[in-house]
Every structure is written in C-alpha cells, then in structure tokens.
Design a protein around this ligand. Structure first.
Ligand SMILES: Nc1nc2c(ncn2[C@@H]2O[C@H](COP(=O)(O)OP(=O)(O)O)[C@@H](O)[C@H]2O)c(=O)[nH]1
Ligand SMILES: [Mg+2]
Length: 313
C-alpha cells in the first residue's frame, strides 16, 4: 500500500491516516497491518499510568526531551478510555506538550474509545505496531487514570512506569488495584510536596512484601517533573530496564505471551462476529428467547445447535 510506504518513510500525515484507518476499523486496515507486521519488534514500548493529576503528561513531556538527546524517534500515544472522541478530552495534554510538536522526531496522537467491537485495547495494540514499524524507537503510552481498562492497555508495554504523588489520600487504594504487579519503575512525582519520603518508603515496603519476585527489582524514584528534576535518572532506568529485558530473554517471553493473547482474542472476536451476524441474519433471536423462556429449550442445547449449524456453512 502506498500509504504504508509513505508512513514508513516518515510522512506523518500518512501515518495519521493509517492510524485513523485502524481506529475506524476500515477494511484496508487489516491489509496495512499485515504489510507492517514484519517490520515490528524494534521499539521499546513504555507505559505511563497513575492517578489523574499526578503529573504523567508533564513527566512525559520532560522524558521525551531527555530521550531525544540520543536523537531517537519518539511517539506518544495518549489513551483515554473515558472519552469517545479522539483528541477531545486530552486536548489539555496536547497543549502542554505543544512544543514537542515542533520536534520532527516526535509524533503525538490521542486515542479514545470508539465503541468498536475490538475495543480500545485492540486499537492501541494495532497503533503500537504501526508506530513500531514506522521506526519509532520509543513509543510512550500515557493513560488518563488507573482504571482496569488503563491497566489492560499498559500491559502492552515493555516497561511500565507507575506515577504516584504525595497527599492524594488514595495512594494505597491505587496500589490495591494491581498497580504493584504491573510497575517496572515507580515514580513519586511532586516530590516538592510534603510526604514524598513517606510515599517512597511505603512503596518500597510494599514492593518488599510482594510475593512474586523477579531479577528486576522495581526502583522507586522521586521526581519534580515540572522543574525537570529526576528526569534523567528515570530515562536511565528505562534504558536499563530494556537491557535487562533483552539480556534475560524476558522480552521475547513477554512478546510471545502477548502474541498468544492477541491471536486468541482476534480468533474469539471473529467467531463472535460470525455468530452474531448469523443470528441477526436469520432473525431467530426472538424465537430462541421465546423457547428459552418457555423452557422448551435450554441455553446449552441452543449453543450447541448454533455451533453445529456454523460448522455446516
Ligand atoms: N508541584 C508540582 N506540580 C507538578 C509536578 N508535575 C506536574 N505538576 C502539575 O500537576 C498538574 C497535573 O499535571 P499533569 O501532567 O496534567 O497530570 P496527569 O493528569 O497525570 O497527566 C499540572 O498543573 C502540573 O503542572 C511536580 O513535580 N510538582
Ligand atoms: Mg495527562
């Protein structure tokens, strides 16, 4: 596809159109992704999650500038599962990061839910592949908050940063939500505020108590993002973590694992779509439900019947 070629040559307008194709689930999207797939696997995907207002966008902005010192290309994807509009709710972030827009080595994109069948996770995963194949060396995924859908998205990252702040009151709450398990790096941002030391201490304590330990012990770093303090250390740790992943072979294991989940989810989506289409086409749903309500049929028998009929076509 011409669009794919142009995007791979660094044409950001072509890249944007490609991402839109995927978001809108246009028929050409699959073709494009197939063409891009062989070029994927080089980027380091960095997920940044944490409560709203903890400074994720500010940190991202500074971090990108730090990573750009090596002249590597960086893409930022701001994902908002609560917003149906691409670019809408995250407009504030875009403005904050606006001077990054002037840097030709940086690409910024916002994504929201489109109510698509595959969901935001599938769309994000496809967008990561596109950016990876378009030679971005770092792909940063920033989420709006720390809800379940955000955690699902961040799981697609090779390296996950969890941003905490002092004085939120719900620090512990956030930790309970599985955050401890997904973090490779913990950042206590807004260290200019009271209580930062305590949050660092608590996090370290909880990480100590974690049942499942690995050779990588997630560091807890302090930062004052809006003053650019602590950013270089974070960038260094991000690179260190990637080296660890490569050397321990854990990167490959992680990626195989992710591929497995992905193909299984594509397969189940396909089967689901086929069955829904069949039921809708035949207009039998009402009939089935009537029979079920009257106990003339049980759900298990019905499902078996539907599957048997699927095999016939
Ligand atoms: N005091 C202080 N404020 C910060 C720091 N980092 C970011 N902020 C401010 O916190 C607010 C929320 O930041 P933002 O990056 O939008 O947070 P996000 O919602 O997690 O993306 C903004 O007003 C930032 O200027 C910091 O280290 N110290
Ligand atoms: Mg933000």
């Amino acid at each position: 596809m011409e669009l794919v070629q142009r995007a791979r040559q660094g044409d950001y307008r072509a890249l944007a159109r490609l991402i839109t194709l995927v978001e809108n689930e246009e028929p050409e999207a699959v073709e494009a992704l197939q063409e891009l797939y062989p070029y994927t696997g080089k980027a380091q995907v960095i997920g940044i999650t944490g409560p709203p207002g903890s400074g994720k966008s500010t940190l991202t902005d500074k971090l990108v500038k730090e990573l750009r010192r090596d002249n590597k290309k960086v893409a930022i994807v701001a994902v908002d599962p609560t917003s149906p509009f691409t670019g809408g709710a995250i407009l504030g972030d875009r403005i904050r990061m606006s001077d990054l827009n002037l840097d030709e080595g940086v690409y910024i994109r916002s994504m929201g839910t489109r109510g698509s069948l595959g969901g935001l996770s599938a769309a994000t995963s496809a967008v990561i592949k596109i950016l990876d194949a378009c030679n971005f060396e770092y792909i940063i995924i920033e989420t709006v908050g720390v809800g379940q859908s955000e955690i699902d998205i961040v799981k697609m990252a090779d390296t996950t940063l969890v941003v905490m702040v002092p004085g939120l009151g719900d620090d512990i709450q956030a930790i309970k939500a599985g955050i401890l398990e997904i973090g490779d790096l913990f950042i206590v941002n807004k260290a200019d505020r009271d209580g930062a030391n305590r949050v660092v201490y608590e996090l370290k304590m909880m990480l100590e108590l974690k049942s499942e330990k690995s050779a990588w012990e997630p560091p807890v770093l302090m930062a004052i993002s809006d003053q650019n303090i602590g950013i270089k250390e974070i960038a260094d740790k991000i690179k260190e973590h990637f080296n660890y992943l490569v050397e321990s072979n854990y990167l490959e294991i992680k990626r195989r694992d992710r591929l497995e989940k992905e193909i299984l989810s594509i397969v189940s989506m396909k089967i689901y779509q086929q069955i829904v289409r069949k039921i809708k086409r035949e207009g039998k749903l009402k009939e089935y439900l009537d029979a079920l309500m009257k106990k003339e049929l049980d759900p298990y028998k019905l499902v078996k019947q539907i599957f048997a009929e699927m095999k016939d076509n």
